[in-house]
Design a protein around this ligand. Structure first.
Ligand SMILES: Nc1ncnc2c1ncn2[C@@H]1O[C@H](COP(=O)(O)OP(=O)(O)OP(=O)(O)O)[C@@H](O)[C@H]1O
Ligand SMILES: Cc1ncc(CO)c(N)n1
Length: 270
């Protein structure tokens, strides 16, 4: 069985972060593991508090996994502060696993910040160059490039600009744009589009985590990059089209392992 590690924050309400990653890994038939970088007291509507795990303890969790278990892919999510980032980077350079997917999480869906603004320098200087695939949403890509994104052409331009920072591939997710939900992949050579109709729902908590965890799972299973992104897009579309009206704010994506396995996407379950 392929083994995939999530290094990310914990969402106690279960919709995003480590919890979304582990649900996604299970559906993809890979063995999921987790290193908790921050404990986030959050729900579908707001963030009540963030407590970072100490860099020493982050490092020990990563050592505990890698000294014992072969890792086929790593998904990195929320890293709130420069010292957390530096610890994760040092360990990933030491163990240099294959298939590193980095989701440069900056805000929750409700707009609450999950990364200290001053950490952007460390993110760009040390974290991004480690990524085999970087998956920013539009506001994150704007922060990284310092330029506004108002069109698909500007998404393509931003993907090329972010690639020059040193990551091998970039997917800019279009969940925050108007119109279709169109994601743009730049693999260092060519630009590819992944387009679906926009699903009309407020229940979009955890879509980005779900997407990047699905990409990591597919890469671990040996899929090529373009196909892995297409399959992850199919998966998040399905998880969103069945998203749950749980909580008072943006409800979470739903992980239907049996529907995915058998391809019965039209079937609904309460
Ligand atoms: N309303 C929607 N309908 C269809 N697809 C969507 C919708 N919203 C987002 N997506 C898709 O979900 C994936 C995640 O995109 P998004 O831009 O929402 O990420 P994100 O902002 O990082 O998510 P989050 O912060 O909630 O984890 C992308 O593939 C995007 O196209
Ligand atoms: C812990 C965590 N990671 C990522 C996100 C982004 O959705 C979130 N809301 N919470």
């Amino acid at each position: 069985m392929k083994k995939v590690l999530s290094i990310a924050g914990s969402d106690c309400s279960g919709g995003a972060g480590i919890q979304a990653d582990l649900k996604t890994f299970s559906v993809h038939g890979v063995y999921g593991m987790s290193v908790i970088v921050s404990v986030v007291a959050e729900n579908t509507g707001r963030v009540l508090g963030i407590q970072d795990v100490s860099p020493d303890m982050i490092g020990k969790q990563i050592d505990a996994v890698f000294e014992d278990i072969e890792v086929d892919a790593v998904k990195v999510g929320m890293l709130s502060a420069p010292d957390c980032m530096e610890e994760v980077v040092e360990k990933l350079k030491y163990y240099h696993p294959e298939n590193i997917v980095i989701d440069p999480v900056m805000y929750a869906k409700n707009g609450c910040p999950l990364m200290e603004p001053a950490a952007i320098k460390t993110l760009i200087g040390t974290v991004i160059p480690l990524a085999d695939v970087l998956t920013p949403n539009i506001p994150e890509a704007e922060k990284i490039t310092g330029s506004r994104i108002n069109s698909v052409e500007e998404m393509e331009k931003a993907a090329r600009a972010i690639h020059t920072i040193g990551c091998k591939a970039v997917v800019i997710k279009g969940g925050h744009a108007a119109g279709n939900a169109l994601d743009v992949l730049f693999d260092g050579k060519e630009v590819w589009h992944f387009d679906t109709a926009r699903i009309d729902t407020k229940n979009t908590h955890g879509t980005g985590c779900t997407f990047s965890a699905a990409v990591a799972s597919q890469l671990a299973r040996g899929m090529g990059l373009r196909e892995a992104v297409q399959k992850a897009k199919d998966y998040v579309t399905m998880a969103l089209s069945h998203s749950l009206d749980i909580g008072k704010g943006c409800g979470p994506t739903h992980h239907f392992w049996h529907l995915y396995q058998y391809g019965l996407r039209e079937e609904r379950e309460g």
